[in-house]
Design a protein around this ligand. Sequence first.
Ligand code: MRU
Length: 345
Amino acid sequence: MIRPFFLENGELLVLDQRLLPREERWLCVRDCEGAADVITTMAVRGAPAIGCVAAWGMAFAARDLAAVNSGDDVRREALREAGRRLVATRPTAVNLPWAVTRMLGVADATPTGEWTERLSREAAAIVVEDLSFCRAIGRHGLEALPPGRLTVLTHCNAGALATAGYGTALGVIRALAGEGRLARVYADDTRPRQQGARLTAWELHREGLPVTLIADTVAGMLMQRRAIDAVVTGADRVAANGDSANKIGTYQLAVLAAHHGVPFFIAAPTSTIDMACGTGDDIVIEERDPDEVRRIDDVLVAPADVDVFNPAFDVTPGSLITAIITERGVVRPSYRESLASMMQK
Ligand code: MRU
């Protein structure tokens, strides 16, 4: 099974996703700064995966602070600072603050002398949980999607590489394949960083699943030809009313799907649901380096100094989402009520 990171001899080995599919190189993360670095540079990406790596960053920070000869208050404040450093790496995915807050809660309830063991255990638990949540999302997806053998369209990479393994949107797709219900997956290229081409196509192709890579601009034509039975994507933050931030381009897919009567699903663990965020308007959208659009890898494909707008995510209104598939079950509109009742369980 593809894993984007694993712990070995007290260090976190992280697959450098920037080099895929050309090369499989593993980076060694030994401390909090190393964790912040692999998230910032997008060596690791995908909302649940960066939450897991941030949890390990907190465990490493706690281990290093437990060894420092200073007072408890100083160490506790330094751990909070480490959390702020990790949360600042990428603003949109709520899994980052979710994981950091959970780790700080455990640290608050633990004597500093026991931090090393206790926080490592918590980070490991977050990873194990994420993997089991992805499998549960896959199972729930089988009931949420239309019956029969399906051709599914997905965007970006919400796969094993974006989680602790197995994936959310690709978890649903893997579950369909396991039941003999997957006819084909169309994977959007996903400009500008091409997570669909470099990661989703790589993941699925390597497993022998029927995947066809398309340029982002092909989705409308396929829907017009009635070639798509369902769209399934992941999410980086789901607001209390169901508005969902995901990779740029997701919103236009949802509009196309609504126009063509194709059901549109979000697959995400509850760690991606932010009940403190009232609507999509409250979600901070990360803007990235203009060169991601001007260049493909290092090759310039536009004037070097042309003005660029490069938002990394967009928000799909809950009104365009047929259902949200989580590890706890499937919620449907009206999301304000259905999400509130699921999150209380
Ligand atoms: O910028 P990225 O590659 O981190 O964006 C990833 C996505 O948008 C994914 O769809 C989302 O994080 C869900 S991953 C299970």
